[in-house]
Design a protein around this ligand. Structure first.
Ligand SMILES: Nc1nc2c(ncn2[C@@H]2O[C@H](COP(=O)(O)OP(=O)(O)OP(=O)(O)O)[C@@H](O)[C@H]2O)c(=O)[nH]1
Length: 430
């Protein structure tokens, strides 16, 4: 409420008016609560506090408790929409009561006061949100900065720097400090329209990134227009939340493209065409930082062909090699282009699936399992194949620092699951 000006609720006359109206309302609510209040009270914890806090603030003339309540609501992620809805209900009840008494002047004054207060509350929400966004954005940047192979993610880094400028400009309410608003001229946009276009062959993918980027700029242009206005905290807060969502989605898309680049530039195992194991530690460590920067979990799947030794022993090593190539083809056809595929051991494979939570990864593993079991190696007679799978999700919130020990723990956990699958009868996912 720091924004409420001296002419607002602080004048004795206005304070007394609101205080009296809220007291009257309180008495009425106790005797005969209207439906809208019953509905609010049954769904929310914030309502009685909003009303009581206002009353206390008015009686004591001390805003700090009200501000503390708002900070607490904003900090506990109570959506501003919910708060504004309840505050609006309170305003309507007070207004109804004033109009019923025929006090038109009072009603106008109440309207103006509530508007003033709502702006003050929204300003607190906005401030709490900007502080958090600033910290989160800074963390995201720090995770990208330490990557050993930035590849395309250096462009996401420039985008995060752009976001940091946006946060600073909004905090200071200075339109002149806004970052580049034209989506073709910001650093990320320049890359996207030049090198990005050449690099990303998948049309639908680049189209998606374009749309996301333009939608985000559109939202941020509105932020720029609203900055000079006095009563804009609520809309600014909503727009910045939207911009952050777009920004995270953009990060996700770039990280998927980055995986495609890794799959195409790193050297491969000659038999299967998959990444060789020597890159695994580096790629996994990078993926962990990327997961932190994009706040998106990824999964690691390890699988091993069942009773492969018997195939080699019965049909010979060249047939075993053919079986491995055959399975590699199935894996390639089943996975996304952005999944990272390693040949981990002789007949053991490891998949790193960005932006893939556990449930999705288990479905993917099971699809692979079924396809392998349903596609015997062409031979006379055809040779049946099967594989066992271990799946582990790596959630960005579950670790602080990325180091080699952590990377090895993830691989060991996946290996443990794979062996549990072998023990429980093979041809299954654990
Ligand atoms: N043809 C071929 N065989 C390989 C290759 N790499 C490893 N192998 C063989 O794969 C077999 C793996 O055998 P094991 O580790 O006993 O496993 P398994 O027979 O698949 O049994 P389970 O995994 O317990 O179901 C060994 O015979 C290896 O020689 C390769 O590049 N080509």
């Amino acid at each position: 409420m720091g924004q409420i000006n001296e002419a607002g609720w602080r004048t004795t006359h206005n304070r007394q008016l609101l205080e009296r109206l809220l007291h009257d309302l309180d008495a009425r609510l106790r005797d005969d609560p209207p439906d809208e209040v019953l509905a609010i009270e049954s769904t929310s914890v914030a309502w009685p506090r909003i009303k009581d806090c206002l009353l206390e603030t008015l009686v004591s003339g001390d805003e700090t408790r009200c501000q503390a309540m708002l900070r607490q609501l904003a900090g506990s992620d109570t959506p501003f929409m919910l708060f504004a809805h309840q505050f609006g209900t309170l305003r309507n009840l007070v207004l109804k009561q004033t109009l019923a008494a025929g006090a038109i002047d009072d009603a106008q004054r109440v309207m103006a006061l509530f508007e003033e207060m709502e702006e003050g509350f929204a300003a607190i929400y906005l401030e709490v949100f900007l502080n958090r966004l600033g910290t989160r954005n800074h963390l995201r940047l720090s995770h990208i900065r330490v990557l050993s192979d930035k590849n395309l993610l250096s462009y996401f880094e420039s985008h995060l720097e752009w976001m940091a400028a946006l946060i600073d400009a909004t905090r200071a309410r200075l339109p002149a400090q806004m970052p580049e608003l034209d989506p073709t001229r910001c650093q990320f946009g320049q890359w996207l329209h030049a090198e990005g276009l050449r690099l990303i062959r998948d049309r639908s993918h680049i189209e998606q990134i374009h749309q996301l980027h333009e939608a985000m700029h559109h939202v941020v242009a509105e932020v720029g227009e609203l900055l000079p206005h006095r009563r804009a905290s609520g809309p600014l807060y909503a727009l910045l939340k939207k911009a952050e969502t777009f920004s995270l989605e953009l990060g996700n898309e770039i990280s998927l493209l980055n995986s495609i680049v890794i799959m195409s530039v790193y050297s491969k195992d000659t038999l299967t065409g998959f990444l060789s194991r020597r890159f695994l530690d580096r790629v996994l460590a990078n993926q962990m930082e990327i997961a932190k920067a994009t706040e998106s979990p990824f999964s690691v799947i390890m699988f091993d062909l069942d009773h492969f030794k018997e195939i080699n022993d019965r049909w010979g090593h060249p047939t075993g090699d053919r079986a491995l190539e055959h399975v590699a083809g199935i894996v390639r056809d089943t996975l996304r282009q952005s999944d990272l595929i390693f040949r981990y051991g002789g007949e053991e494979f490891l998949l790193v699936c960005p932006s893939t939570p556990q449930a999705q990864a288990r479905l993917l593993a099971d699809k692979l399992r079924q396809r392998i079991a349903a596609s015997p190696l062409p031979n006379t007679p055809p040779i049946p194949l099967a594989a066992s799978f271990g799946v582990v999700e790596v959630a960005p919130a579950s670790y602080e620092v990325v180091d080699t020990r952590l990377v090895h723990e993830v691989v060991a956990a996946c290996d443990g699951k794979l062996y549990a699958a072998k023990r429980s009868g093979r041809n299954c996912v654990v």
